[in-house]
Design a binder for this molecule. Structure first.
Ligand code: NAD
Length: 353
């Protein structure tokens, strides 16, 4: 066993169908009395339900959350929180809405209660991202970690099946890279393998019965574990590639993760055999990267970057950007093999080590 250092992040999790009903208690438990509910315009109805449950603890609802947290939306939300005299934020939604809560917390230390409705995992991490002049800057600050997280699978039933499944793959990506993280530890590896197992088992059930609360619970449980891994250990090639591709070509977040993951893992497979064995065990396949590719095929998920509108000549530019910023990865990042990885992800062909 290799040596490790493990610093646990403070986190309180309330999990279960119907647990949304505890939101006023959760606000009270952190000593807050005036909650600002955050959401996107699309999730206004869910936010109003939360508002009704908060009763006299509701300061107001702000439906200005947007993808990638533009600085203007963060400034507006901070002003709304100040004007309403809010003493906590309740973020109901996916990574974009929780990201808006984090942007307020960063500026004012306003505590956040997160109610995640996707599997992206932001609620378990100290990572924030804010976009200014088209450039997304990310950073880490323990002040943005939500004080309490309510995981209510009932709220995820309205997430369309296709979005649910790519969001699940996005979560699996956190755990898969966590398994070979430089700063990994045995606790995170246990969570990662169990998180992948829960999602790989839950996603086919969810695809067949999107309103099955058992399947939704299984996937949300997996997402919690995978998000915890993302919050505690560093990511590598896969996350860097998705960041580069997403930022440079304006690609959808979870779909890009879904397509790139088997190829990035295949690239790292010879350098991280224990991680690959763990992934293979978790999904019940002989080979981790190929097993994930086949799972995506069975679930009818996007498999090729060209189907997201990436042009073949853009792959050289993506490769150049990914090489220009050195970062740790279990296998050194080399131009030829990286370009070949991108080609296979563009074509949607089988992952190859
Ligand atoms: P999202 O938050 O952008 O949501 C996508 C759309 O789905 C939105 O319109 C949203 O309102 C809607 N939606 C979400 N849940 C729904 C539900 N249950 N029912 C109906 N509609 C619903 O998507 P996401 O994938 O959760 O988040 C992606 C963003 O989060 C990216 O910007 C990514 O960089 C960020 N992220 C950050 C971290 C972190 O640690 N900071 C982690 C993961 C993702």
């Amino acid at each position: 066993m290799k040596d490790f250092t493990y610093t646990a992040l403070p986190s309180r999790v309330v999990f279960g169908p119907g647990k949304l009903a505890t939101v006023a208690d959760e606000v009270g438990a952190i000593g807050a009395t005036r909650a600002l509910v955050l959401c996107t315009p699309q999730q206004r109805a869910q936010a109003e339900r939360v508002g009704a449950l908060l009763g006299d603890r509701l300061a107001g609802i702000h439906d200005g959350a947007e993808m990638h947290v533009p600085i203007e939306s963060a400034r507006t939300a901070r002003a709304v929180a100040r004007e309403l005299g809010a003493d906590c934020a309740v973020a109901v939604g996916g990574g974009s809405t929780i990201g808006l809560g984090k942007a307020i917390a960063l500026d004012s230390a306003l505590p956040i209660i997160a109610i995640p409705t996707t599997y992206a995992g932001s609620e378990m991490t100290p990572v924030y991202g804010i976009t200014e002049n088209g450039i997304k800057t990310t950073g880490k600050d323990v002040r943005v970690v939500p004080k309490s997280v309510i995981y209510d699978p009932e709220l995820t039933c309205s997430l369309p099946v296709g979005m649910s499944l790519v969001s699940g793959m996005n979560a699996i990506a956190h755990a898969a890279e966590g398994l070979y993280a430089r700063d990994g530890n045995p606790v995170m590896s246990l969570m990662a393998e169990e998180g992948i197992r829960a999602l790989a088992a839950g996603m086919p059930l969810l695809r067949d019965s999107p309103d099955d609360i058992g399947a939704r619970s299984q996937c949300l449980y997996g997402a919690w574990l995978c998000g915890t891994v993302l919050g505690h250990v560093g990511m590598a090639l896969h996350h860097k590639l998705c960041h580069t591709l997403g930022g440079s070509f304006n690609l959808p977040h979870a779909e890009t993760h879904t397509i790139v993951l088997p190829h990035a893992l295949a690239y790292n497979s010879s350098a991280a055999p224990d991680a690959m064995a763990s992934i293979a065990r978790a999904i019940g396949a002989a080979d981790g990267p190929r097993g994930l590719h086949e799972l995506a095929q069975r679930l009818d998920l996007p498999l090729a970057l060209r189907d997201l509108g990436v042009a073949e000549p853009d792959l050289d530019r993506a490769c150049g950007i990914a090489l220009s910023n050195p970062y740790w990865n279990p296998r050194p990042i080399e131009a030829g093999p990286l370009r070949a990885l991108l080609q296979r992800a563009w074509e949607g062909s089988e992952p190859r080590p």
